[in-house]
Design a binder for this molecule. Structure first.
Ligand code: ADP
Ligand code: MG
Length: 540
């Protein structure tokens, strides 16, 4: 019956072993002695495997490797004083490797503390330098909470070593079962993702790289990111270099592996993506002469404090490697947008009775195939003469008619960036008469196609714009929406489908003001990417 049960006694050793079991500890490595022998026995009785070793240091190395291999910490169980001191080497090694580990050390009875007890040593303090977390539970009742916290600390954020100190008097204490609160198994680490804008920037830096290189570290191995990284390597066609323990995340015999040419790969890369590898001595600190002085580093790491060590990275992606790699893969599909993506999202929201005015080359042609008309005389475009510059005038006329004959009807004016330029100043007219027009500028930085900012800058590095800028290019990343805000209308600059959806929804809801949505798309959207021979130094 319950009353009897609540008086049932349990030993401290069993409480400790149960706490380890609850946290899914599978393996304990150690050397027994006073006062931890009972803990090892109790652990075995609960089905935890105990491996008796010959030196605490080796036991600790073994326990830490369990953490790396399984993602949950192995335990190293040691006696007080010298036993713990021997384990410090293993703790330091685990912490420096960023591997989870839980060390449990016995210590003298609390009532002999500071009296010169057998093997007395300031163990919690000693471990602090080698761990993320080092503590002694205040009572046997607190043990399950402190062990949960130690396990959690060892695997959340940057993985590392943790220490829990167990005074001898805890081990043999008999306590009421009912006084031990149940503590849940700590969940696997929550998955963090990088900022969307940083993901986009990284994608464009990688895309514009001439000699990109991916460095795969043991953080990527620990993160189980093998599948996503291999996909990234293949989709972006990225050469990769594994660090010693990053080997095998993508097989060494993969055609993009440059392991055999390590020095050259490091030395000539212009963009380097670090997946769970620190720019420490192993990677020559990321500095010349082993690297180009202006190499752009993209750092992917779960530890914010790691970002920016030794170099100033071009992009930092704070998050779980596997999740961030998937974000990069997804961004490749949707960013930058192409015409079809843009028109698909526009069509979704267009009111059935709106006027569609359109001009441009691809913008008008592809737009026509996707944007639907349901009423006669509600589409106006470049027409028989193929005239550019008619759009804003037509839109103003349609808006006047709409205003006078069917109030509430909207005019959507879909312009290429080049086409918009022909009559862009009519935006002032639109604002002056406060006309119900939504201007969409589908911006590919040019006529037919343009260049992205990086290519543009690269081009102008060596020569005068008039000599090298291809005639179809317009200034990249132009903020045409500011033409609208200049006159008091609403302006939006959008790069993602989400931003496009949101700004169009707002523009349609806002009947008080005209708006202009400047939609950035892939500058080479309709063509496959070219080799820009005139950009290479040998041709200059
Ligand atoms: P290597 O020795 O292979 O160069 P390092 O040990 O220097 O690798 O770097 C590993 C990095 O991986 C550490 O900076 C660590 O914070 C990071 N890391 C560990 N797990 C993850 C994870 N799941 N997601 C992102 N980064 C991680
Ligand atoms: Mg254009």
């Amino acid at each position: 019956n319950f009353a009897e049960r609540s008086e049932e006694q349990v030993s401290g050793a069993k409480v400790i072993a149960q706490a380890l079991k609850t946290q899914d500890v599978e393996y304990v490595f150690g050397i027994v002695g006073i006062p931890v022998t009972e803990i090892a026995i109790a652990a075995q009785q609960l089905g935890i495997k105990y491996i008796g070793m010959r030196n605490e240091q080796a036991a600790c190395y073994a326990a830490s490797a369990i953490g790396y291999l399984t993602g949950r910490p192995g335990v190293c169980l040691v006696v007080s004083g010298p036993g713990l001191i021997h384990a410090l080497g293993g703790m330091a090694n685990a912490n420096l490797n960023c591997w989870p580990l839980l060390v449990i050390g016995g210590s003298p009875e609390r009532n002999q503390e500071t009296m010169g007890a057998f093997q007395e040593f300031p163990q919690v303090e000693a471990c602090r330098l080698y761990t993320k977390f080092s503590a002694r539970p205040s009572s046997i009742e607190a043990v399950p909470f402190v062990i949960e916290k130690a396990v959690r600390s060892s695997i959340y954020g940057r993985p590392g070593a943790c220490y829990v100190d167990i005074p001898a008097d805890f081990v043999n204490l008999q306590v009421n079962v009912s006084s031990i609160k149940h503590v849940e198994r700590c969940m696997s680490p929550p998955i963090s993702m990088a900022e969307t804008s940083a993901v986009c920037t990284a994608a464009s830096v990688i895309k514009n790289a001439k000699q990109p290189l991916l460095i795969i570290g043991k953080g990527a191995a620990y993160a189980h990111a093998e599948e996503s990284i291999q996909k990234l390597v293949e989709q972006y066609k990225l050469p990769f270099l594994p660090t010693p323990m990053g080997k095998g995340v993508v097989p060494d015999n993969h055609p993009y592996c440059v392991g055999a040419a390590r020095s050259r790969a490091l030395q000539f890369a212009d963009v380097i993506v670090l997946f769970g590898a620190r720019l420490n001595w192993i990677l020559h600190f990321g500095l010349p002469p082993r690297y180009q002085p202006d190499v752009k580093f993209i750092q992917v790491d779960i530890c914010a404090e790691e970002l920016g060590n030794n170099v100033k990275p071009a992009v930092t992606l704070l998050g779980d490697i596997n999740a961030v790699t998937k974000q990069e893969l997804a961004s490749k599909k949707s960013l930058p947008m192409n015409y079809y993506t843009v028109f698909y999202h526009v069509q979704e929201q267009l009111p059935r009775d709106c006027f569609v005015v359109s001009e441009g080359a691809n913008t008008m042609d592809i737009g026509r195939t996707v944007l639907q008309n349901y009423l006669p005389r509600h589409r106006l475009d470049a027409g028989t003469f193929g005239t550019m510059g008619v759009g804003l005038g037509f839109a103003i006329a349609a808006a006047m008619v709409a205003k006078d004959r069917s109030p509430g009807q909207r005019v959507i004016c879909v312009e290429g960036d080049s086409a918009f330029g022909f009559s862009g100043m009519e935006v002032e007219t639109i604002c002056r008469y406060n006309l119900p027009i939504i201007l969409l500028v589908v911006n590919n930085n040019g006529i037919y196609q343009g260049f992205d900012t990086d290519t543009w800058k690269e081009m102008l590095k060596f020569q005068d714009a008039a000599s090298v800028v291809p005639p179809m290019c317009l200034l990249p990343n132009s903020h045409y929406e500011q033409v609208m805000t200049a006159f008091g209308g609403k302006g939006y600059f959008v790069q993602t489908p989400e931003e496009l959806q949101k700004s169009l929804r707002q523009s349609l809801a806002d009947t008080a003001k005209p708006s202009l949505i400047n939609i950035m798309i892939e500058p080479q959207a309709t063509r496959k990417t070219q080799d820009f021979h005139w950009l290479t130094r040998s041709n200059m």
